[in-house]
Structures are given as structure tokens and as C-alpha cells.
Design a protein around this ligand. Structure first.
Ligand code: 5AD
Ligand code: SF4
Length: 476
């Protein structure tokens, strides 16, 4: 899915260090890029993003870097001089997408365009990408985005094989500028990489070891965001609650949450994704103490079977996970809980699946993201025996999703008649129809006769529910 942009330079945050107006390398392009020299394409970029919120936010950083260097963002690859794919490799299907995109945009159509592969596939495949798609000239992993200007300058100077593949860098967060897509909700990476080593997961390999961002730098950026009119911030990290402040202040994650909420102008603070092992009582205490901390925790369990959890190297048992759920359920206000589940992990039996299904019954998640196990390069589970067939994985996934649908239907039914505060984020083509999300992270489509609601907080009464959506009307 490509993202559309209608936000100008004034939404850039971080302070541009580069002159705006002239793309790097303008005037010193090689012979091939000269085919574009006279055209309006010059200095334009197309950026397509695959994968998670971390990738969405990485793309905001990449767009910020390019816009601040005078590039203009365009909606189609055909109208761009620079085409970038920010890729995801968490499951095989996601990783394949970029190669089909690169195939669609083969050598003939390139005519001097620069094509770059960013993100996790870039990190995973490295220079192999040049072999599979020789028309690619830039391969850059997420830890090297701060170096993008230099890397692009090299490509624009005619170097056909430019890579940025270090993962062991402290500079991860320091891209000079970020161009944010949503004018009210800002993503902010507070911890990069992952040290957890789940046996199925390629992330420790593609994003490198865990690095936390300095708390003062986070708070400075939040302050700046609030001044620009952002009211909701979402703190991001593969294991966001494993945050370890590298400064002498040594702020705990829960203290950081409270400090972010204290910044004037901030009305909502979210965080994702939490790892069960590092989820502690003080996080719930903070949510209890500060209503600006949203009442939602995303706590991936992956499996309800202790046997499979052990084989996944998740570092907790089913019972230990349920202890964390009990902490959240003990909060003074209801906190919605969502999760990720993988079915068909090697060796998963019918009994293991039964344990996962019973866990859904016990926890009654507000939403679930479910996946068929996908073998990934460089992961320990690649060598595990007793693979489950694709057909069987699909069958298990369908059973799991049926169960969750029933749980969500019942949950949503109890919300009808209740009033929730929404941050309004979209307006439909029908004049009186809007949508927004609650603190508990549900999207509600609602009707209102009022004008100019985008970015405002409104009270909405829920009038209808399906398993996956809620409808409502604004109340005065
Ligand atoms: N196969 C299937 N799902 C995976 N995930 C991570 N790695 C894999 C894999 N190899 C899922 C996990 C994780 C989510 C982001 O993606 O559920 O929480
Ligand atoms: Fe992957 Fe596990 Fe780290 Fe999550 S905690 S990113 S699943 S290794």
C-alpha cells in the first residue's frame, strides 16, 4: 500500500540541516540520469512502504530527509526520478512483495531512474538484491537512514552499487528531519532493534541489537511535536517496554510515559509493542495515575501452549503470561488488551492449538493479529523438525479467527449505548460521516452535523457494532 501525502514542509520536525530547493547532485548526474535532466521528474521521489508501524515511521524519516533536500514526493513510480521501497521481511510473503515490485519495474522502464530498497529485506538480503535486480542501485537498512543523504549523493554521482547495511550503530534515531503523515498523531521510536531472540523471528537480524534513545532527546521531540499541534504520540519499539534510558537520569519506561504525558498540549500517549517478560505493575500504575495514558496494551502471546512457547524461546510460560494479564485486569479503569498469535509453529499439535484457543477464552482479547508460521532465514526455528503443512496452517488459522470473531462480537455488543471520546482522523466522502479512534484503540465511524472536526476530540455514543467495527453518533 502506498501512502499519500498532502503535508508540506512545515510538518517536518527536527530542523532541516540542508538547504531546501536543490536536490543533491543536481548538475553532476551521470549520462543515464541525463535522460531525466530536462524532464519534470528530476528531484522527485516515490516511496512505497510495507509492513509495520515501525516501517511507516521509518518512511516518515526517509521522506523528511528527502523533502529537506529539495526532493518532491509524487504518487506514482512513473512520475519519480527516485523510487524507494521500504520493505518488510517478517514473513516470507511480505519479503516476496518487493521482488515482485522490482520485477514490475524492470530495467527497460528505468531510463535513468534511481531505484532503492530500504528496510528489513535490504538488511536481510544485502548485496544479493543487486544480483536479483541489477537495476537497483541503493540498498539500505533502517539503522543507516541517518546516512541516506551521503548514500544518495554517491548514487547521484554515478555509483551503481551503494549500500548502508550496518546494524550496530547508535545513530538510529538521529535522522535530521521527519515528515509526519498524520497531523495529529505522531510516531516516535524510543527503542530500536531487539535482543529477545524468539526462535522464529528475523527482527534481531534485520534491525540489530536493542538500542534505547536518550530520554531527554525523546522529551525534546515530544515538546516540539506538541508545539506543532500534535496531540497524540505513540511510542514505538519492537519491545517498547524494555526501554533502558542510556542517560544518567535512567528513567524507567513507566516514568518516561508519565513525563511524555506531562508535556503541555499532549492529550494521549500510546506505546507498542510490549514484551510480556518486561511488562510490570508500574506501567499499569502509571496508566491508573494519568488518564492521558491510553487504556490499551498490545501484549503478543504467540501461543497458549507452554511447550510451544518454550520452543519459540519466548522466555515465559502460559501461567506467567496470565500473571501479566492479571496485572492489567487489576487496573482501576478497564484496559483493552490485544495480541499477536502464530499458528502452525513446527511441532504444534492439536493439543497445543487447543491451549491457544482456551487462552483466547480466558483473556478475551479486544483484538488479535494472527499469522501462519513462516520460516525465515537466519532463525533457529528454520532447522526445527515437524513442519506443519500450509493447508493445515490455514485450517488452524481459520479456527482461531472464528473463535476471536465470536469474542469480539460479544465485546462490541456490550459497548453499544456507551459514550467514548474519539480523536477524529478521517472524513468520509459523505458529508456527515467521520471516523476516529478511542483511547482503547477502537475505530468508530460516526455521524455528525458539525463541520471541521478533523483533529478534534469529540464524544460519540456507540449505536451499532459488527465483529470488526463500531458505528456511533456524536453527542453534544
Ligand atoms: N512467522 C509468522 N509470524 C511471525 N511473526 C514474527 N515472525 C513470524 C514468523 N516467522 C509475527 C509475530 C509478531 C508479529 C509482528 O509477527 O506474531 O508478534
Ligand atoms: Fe521478534 Fe521476539 Fe524481538 Fe518481537 S520480541 S521482535 S517476536 S525476536
Amino acid at each position: 500500500m502506498s501512502k499519500t501525502f498532502d503535508i508540506g514542509l512545515e510538518r517536518l520536525t527536527g530542523g532541516a540541516r540542508f538547504p531546501v530547493g536543490v536536490p543533491v547532485g543536481a548538475g553532476d548526474a551521470n549520462a543515464e540520469t541525463d535522460t531525466l535532466a530536462a524532464s519534470a521528474l528530476r528531484g522527485t521521489f516515490f516511496l512505497e512502504t510495507f509492513g509495520c508501524q515501525m516501517n511507516d515511521h521509518d518512511s516518515e524519516k526517509v521522506a523528511g530527509v528527502l523533502l529537506s533536500r529539495g526532493y518532491r514526493q509524487v504518487e506514482t513510480p512513473e512520475s519519480a526520478s527516485l523510487i524507494l521501497y521500504n520493505t518488510c521481511s517478517i514473513r516470507e510473503k511480505a519479503a516476496q512483495k518487493v521482488f515482485s515490485r522490482l520485477g514490475e519495474f524492470g530495467l527497460q522502464q528505468n531510463a535513468g531512474r534511481i531505484i532503492g530498497v530500504l528496510g528489513c529485506v535490504a538488511q536481510q538480503e544485502g548485496e544479493e538484491i543487486f544480483r536479483r535486480a541489477p537495476w537497483v542501485s541503493l540498498v539500505c537498512g533502517s539503522a543507516s537512514y541517518s546516512k541516506l543523504p551521503e548514500l544518495l549523493a554517491q548514487v547521484e554521482a554515478g555509483n551503481q552499487r551503494v549500500t548502508g547495511l550496518d546494524t550496530d550503530t547508535d545513530e538510529t534515531f538521529e535522522t535530521p528531519v521527519t515528515r509526519r503523515d498524520n497531523p495529529w498523531r505522531a510516531y516516535l521510536t524510543i527503542i530500536e532493534g531487539c535482543d529477545k531472540a524468539c526462535s522464529y523471528c528475523v527482527v534481531p537480524y534485520t534491525r540489530g541489537p536493542e538500542r534505547s534513545r536518550a530520554s531527554d532527546s525523546i522529551l525534546r521531540e515530544v515538546r516540539q511535536l506538541a508545539e506543532l499541534g500534535f496531540t497524540e504520540v505513540q511510542l514505538l519499539g519492537q519491545t517498547v517496554n524494555s526501554y533502558a534510558d542510556p542517560t544518567a537520569r535512567k528513567m524507567k519506561f513507566s516514568e518516561l510515559l508519565l513525563a511524555v504525558a506531562d508535556e503541555p498540549g499532549i492529550r494521549r500517549v500510546r506505546f507498542t509493542t510490549s514484551h510480556p517478560r518486561d511488562f510490570s505493575q508500574d506501567i499499569v500504575d502509571a496508566i491508573d495515575a494519568q488518564p492521558k495514558l491510553c487504556n490499551h496494551v498490545h501484549l503478543p502471546v504467540q501461543s497458549g501452549s507452554t511447550r510451544i512457547l518454550r520452543s519459540m524461546q519466548r522466555t515465559y510460560t502460559r501461567d506467567e503470561y496470565l500473571e501479566k494479564i492479571a496485572i492489567i485486569r487489576g487496573a482501576k479503569r478497564p484496559i483493552s488488551i490485544t495480541t499477536d498469535i502464530i499458528v502452525g509453529f513446527p511441532g504444534e499439535t492439536e493439543e497445543d492449538l487447543g491451549e491457544t484457543l482456551s487462552l483466547l477464552e480466558v483473556v478475551k482479547y479486544d483484538a488479535m493479529f494472527s499469522f501462519k508460521y513462516s520460516a525465515r532465514p537466519h532463525t533457529p526455528s528454520l532447522a526445527m523438525k515437524d513442519a506443519i503443512s500450509e493447508e493445515e496452517k490455514s485450517r488452524r488459522l481459520a479456527i482461531l479467527q472464528d473463535k476471536q470473531r465470536a469474542i469480539q462480537t460479544a465485546k462490541h455488543a456490550t459497548m453499544v449505548g456507551e459514550v467514548y471520546e474519539l480523536l477524529v482522523s478521517t472524513k468520509s466522502r459523505r458529508e456527515t460521516q467521520w471516523s476516529g479512534h478511542t483511547s482503547c484503540h477502537r475505530v468508530v465511524n460516526f455521524s455528525s452535523q458539525e463541520q471541521a472536526l478533523l483533529g478534534k476530540y469529540v464524544q460519540v455514543r456507540i449505536t451499532g457494532a459488527t465483529p470488526n467495527s463500531l458505528a456511533g453518533e456524536q453527542v453534544p
